[in-house]
Design a protein around this ligand. Structure first.
Ligand SMILES: Nc1ncnc2c1ncn2[C@@H]1O[C@H](COP(=O)(O)OP(=O)(O)OP(=O)(O)O)[C@@H](O)[C@H]1O
Ligand SMILES: [Mg+2]
Length: 243
């Protein structure tokens, strides 16, 4: 049979639908010296949910996000990923499964393709040129593989950053003000791109944003932080009203 043709009856077992990771923080704390950056935060984030994290500058939003993929170490409490303490997962594996995109793209000098191939290469996987091209096309940068990252605009660099994270096939995405360094047009384009990708890959997403309309567009639920503490969590519009 011609293997390119789709068989009428597929004998392969039905794979369960993809779903994002579930997070649960329990009395989560991070203190540096006497300062509590994250103070006793307990919250559940459902598989496939998009949760916005809002609050004033210095509230601990970034600190909270960095605890979710163990970029920083909790000094108290725990994080459960799909019900199990995440300390049981090798940190490198955890960071592959829980991708992160920051406010500004931290790309290393060189080509776009080299940046995208970096994550898989660390695990001994080589991305084919077609795979890199497919990722670039998905983030709206077809044909950018050979470009030097030094020549990218802020919006383009942020798209490459996203593609680099997606190259790891993450099951959750942590976004720390991913559009706040961009102008309004570029910000909306990236926002829509991110939303589309989250939906098609059924990823769980936690997004820190100062932009209230953006939080309302992207997330059904939000949590408000102040002085390291979680002070409100619920429907985004209600939480934004409380801020
Ligand atoms: N490594 C650190 N050591 C000590 N204090 C820190 C450290 N990182 C952050 N802080 C402090 O912890 C508090 C929380 O910082 P964090 O960056 O999490 O806030 P944020 O809510 O993300 O703020 P912003 O909206 O400005 O990004 C701030 O007072 C900050 O100065
Ligand atoms: Mg921050």
């Amino acid at each position: 049979m011609d293997s390119r043709r789709k068989p009428l009856f597929d004998a392969a077992p039905v794979t369960p639908a993809r779903r994002g990771l579930k997070f649960e923080t329990r009395d989560l704390c991070r203190a540096v010296g006497a300062k509590r950056l994250v103070d006793d935060v307990s919250v559940e984030i459902a598989p496939g949910e998009v949760l916005a994290v809002v609050g004033p500058s210095g509230a601990g939003k970034s600190s909270f996000l960095r605890l979710l993929n163990r970029l920083d170490e909790p000094t108290g409490g725990s994080v459960l990923v799909d019900g199990a303490d995440y300390r049981a997962i090798a940190p490198r594996d955890l960071r592959r499964r829980v991708g992160m995109v920051m406010q500004t793209a931290y790309l290393f000098p060189g080509s776009v393709a080299a940046n995208i191939a970096f994550g898989p290469r660390q695990r001994g996987d080589v991305l084919a040129a077609e795979e890199i091209e497919a990722l670039l096309a998905r983030v709206g940068l077809p044909g950018f593989a050979a470009r030097d990252v030094a020549a990218l605009s802020g919006g383009e660099a942020q798209r490459v950053s996203l593609a680099r994270t997606l190259a790891n096939a993450p099951e959750a995405l942590l976004l720390d003000e991913p559009t706040s360094a961009l102008d309004e047009t570029a910000a909306r384009a990236i926002e829509e791109l991110i939303l589309g990708i989250i939906r098609e890959r059924a990823m769980t997403c936690v997004i820190v944003t100062h932009n209230k309309p953006q939080a309302a567009r992207i997330a059904a639920r939000a949590m408000l932080m102040e002085s390291g503490k979680l002070v409100a969590v619920g429907p985004t519009r209600e939480v934004l009203h409380a801020e």
